[in-house]
Design a protein around this ligand. Sequence first.
Ligand code: ZN
Ligand code: ZN
Length: 152
Amino acid sequence: MSEYSFELSIPTDTDGYVLMQCPLCCEMFKLHPHDVEDDAVFDIRCPCCGIVSDNYITDDVAELAVAKAGNIFLDEMHKEMKKLERETRGGVIQFVVGKKPKHEFEKRLMPTIEAMSETVCEECGKSMKLTHALLFTAYCCPYCGVSNFNER
Ligand SMILES: [Zn+2]
Ligand SMILES: [Zn+2]
């Protein structure tokens, strides 16, 4: 079998932010996709625990990716087996394939779940959305790592 790839489009909220989740502390936050993909930005750190992770995929996105990949695999398996069925038709050994396998449900991704507010880093000027709980305590900028303390 060859390699397959598929695209997952992660929805943005009305302000163009995409929801992310820290795999370590599970804190949710939102960043602009164009900031995240900016070449000048090397690491994105969690605004809550301050640790840099490889990805901040939310559980929903991870689940959808697994479902999608599984469905593609099922379809391909079925196609390959159908081919085998055709090739062995009328032969001494016949390979018969049953119905197409049922697909895993691909859940629709929702762009927002948490109550978050927009804030701008005083140091690098990049904007982000953070949970109210985090905004009222201390957090660090996901881009430059500078701690921001909310005086309000
Ligand atoms: Zn974290
Ligand atoms: Zn910053």
